[in-house]
Design a protein around this ligand. Structure first.
Ligand SMILES: [Zn+2]
Length: 85
């Protein structure tokens, strides 16, 4: 459990929890506190809106592996096919 005092939430807290806030993966008290902050803070409202737009793509998008050079891929495929024998 994250220990924070929701009444002290400010822009720094919002940025700190931004990702989880967008995903609604925080304690209800924290979500409500952040909601309340965003409502009265145009800067954070803008931040949340732009982040939401950017996260329209599924979460898996963020987990994309770094692309490997072709020869490394080939070696992996080769070792896999060898282990199947
Ligand atoms: Zn703010």
């Amino acid at each position: 459990m994250i220990s924070v005092d929701p009444s002290s939430f400010n822009c720094a807290e919002l940025k700190r929890f931004l990702y989880d806030y967008i995903e609604r993966e925080l304690d209800d008290a924290i979500l409500i506190a952040l909601d309340n902050h965003v409502i009265c803070c145009p800067d954070c409202e803008h931040l949340v809106n732009s982040y939401r737009d950017a996260s329209e793509t599924p979460r898996e998008h963020l987990k994309q592996p770094v692309s490997m050079p072709g020869d490394v891929k080939f070696q992996i495929v080769e070792s896999l096919s060898q282990s199947e024998k």
